[in-house]
Write a protein that binds this ligand. Sequence first.
Ligand code: ADP
Ligand code: MG
Length: 340
Amino acid sequence: MNRRITVLEEAVYKRIAAGEVVVNPAAVVKELMENSMDAGATAITVEISQGGKELIRVTDNGIGIVAEDVPLAIQKHATSKISTLDDLDKIGTLGFRGEALSSIAAVSRLMIQTRTADSPEGTVLSVSGEHGPEIISAGLAEGTTVKVENLFYNIPARMKFLKNTSRETVNVTSVVSKLIFANPHISIKYISNGKVVYHSPGNGNLKDAIVAVYGKDMAHKLAKTDHTFGEIHVHGLVSQPTFLYKSTNYMCFFLNGRYVQSKNLQSAVLRGYGERLLRGHYPFSILHIDLPLSRADVNVHPSKLQVMLYNETDVLDTIQKAVHTSLEESSAPPVLSFAE
Ligand code: ADP
Ligand code: MG
């Protein structure tokens, strides 16, 4: 080994960087679906085969990409979502790093088909690893389809780390279900190996979105939660204390529509249940926390799963109160009314 320092060639650097965003098929599905959501889609179809290892295809009816910008979409740090430093303090979109498509393009065979409402023709871009991109015009429906084939075909070491098909499928399914809960106003259809797994109605009702994933029986086990404190609005559904799980896997949080993981948020929900919880048991809870963009920093990690909240205590108290109140109301004895 020579001990001189050199700046890495772009091709080498790109593949290393790609690994940070694109770790598995589930991560690709998340990035593509979030792009569809940022594009204002009201309907999204996600198809995978072999757990996404062979194929991932996400189709939306969003705003599309104008023809001139299509080559930019796969360039790193190219985004339509932020432009200035100030924008970083008030991120209202799910994406903003401009990394996903460029990373995916570096490690798969990628095709983007897209058309905006005011363009008579659509654009098709194909790229695979270091080859391409090739761009042609074509008649297309309005919206965007992104197809990702043979993930990591050019990185054998990465490919080896992919889990077996059923494990990767479980991971994708988990991501899709969370995005369904995050977006009750979007109709999401999820197809794995040709079979429809979920199809949410997109009518804006969170309970219907939950039923689309967990089935009809779930609807009766949930209590509605809604509480506002100042600028903090907490709303969603939590399970009756008679319906508990032995893990915290069924506690989901969406901060301004973004799925986030946080032990502190979990603890706040548990405090809301208080004595109602059996030791070692945890509720099913899907809570949306909406607050001004400037009160949260999502730019903590590329996966954007963690988030920093300013005045976190207020948020935690509001969650606790929201949960507590909804359980009080739902378990209160029925009010008898007498005719005069
Ligand atoms: P980011 O989402 O962080 O901006 P991406 O690499 O995911 O970065 O996407 C790059 C750009 O491509 C986006 O900023 C957006 O302009 C465009 N784009 C990607 N997917 C879609 C889509 N489904 N519909 C419309 N535009 C899209
Ligand atoms: Mg994106």
